[in-house]
Unconditional design. Structure first.
Length: 202
């Protein structure tokens, strides 16, 4: 069996995260309200860590850019019991002609610290090539221990970004990396996203 990170699930496939029982799928253009409701339920601390400012949601223009199939990819996560209740949003925003994509990740407070962020970032890493990215970049508050720990654990390089932020660069697997699944089958213990038809990991 392929390691989930190298399985390249179909673009519209739902992915199950075993430890939380949540499902993640590409976001739809009509889901801005649900995503902004997620923002309204998040603590100020979580919103600050996500945006490094006082933002409380996304504008219709931003959401259109993130979901119109151009240089951005966006996913929403929800619990199967409440499909309309978005509990996390993940974005990769590339630039035309650029080779990196900016990461955006926000998980509702009660769902944090349950390895969902790790699984979502791993998923993003498998998908960035679709928008021509060879690396994922992020600007992280230096007190955001969870995010820094997560990025470091996935092999990102971290550098002082000035003021109170750390710049992170996470290289994406190359085509060559993705052609050697046998090697990864020898390291099956990582937490990832699995196609929803698979048994969840615990
Ligand atoms: C940051 C965030 C995405 C991390 O996702 P998460 O699901 O909470 O994190 P995980 O459970 O996958 O944990 C990642 C790692 O950080 C560690 N960790 C989690 N919370 C921690 C905390 N408060 N302090 C120290 N380490 C922490 C975990 O133990 C785990 O390490 P491990 O793999 O060695 O066990 C999520 O908490 C979030 O949305 N926060 C608010 C918005 C934000 O910060 N976005 C990122 C902006 S760049």
């Amino acid at each position: 069996m392929l390691h989930p990170e190298n399985a390249s699930p179909a673009v519209d496939e739902e992915l199950r995260h075993g430890p939380t029982g949540t499902l993640t799928r590409p976001a739809g253009a009509a889901e801005l309200a649900a995503v902004n409701e997620l923002h309204s339920r998040c603590s100020q601390g979580s919103l600050y860590k996500r945006y490094l400012g006082t933002r409380t949601g996304l504008t219709p223009g931003e959401w259109h850019h993130m979901t119109n199939g151009g240089t951005a990819l966006t996913w929403v996560t929800y619990s199967p019991e409440s499909p309309e209740h978005v509990i996390a949003v993940l974005q990769l925003v590339g630039s035309s002609g650029g080779d990196s994509a900016d990461l955006g990740l926000l998980i509702e407070d009660p769902w944090q610290n349950r390895r969902l962020g790790t699984a979502l970032l791993r998923h993003a890493r498998t998908q960035g090539l679709r928008i021509g990215a060879t690396a994922i970049t992020g600007t992280v508050d230096r007190q955001n221990t969870a995010m820094l720990h997560l990025l470091k654990g996935l092999g990102a390089s971290l550098s002082f970004g000035g003021g109170s932020v750390i710049d992170a660069v996470l290289a994406l697997p190359t085509i060559d990396d993705r052609l050697v699944p046998a090697q990864r089958e020898r390291h099956p213990g990582s937490v990832g996203m699995e196609p929803a038809g698979y048994l969840p990991r615990c």
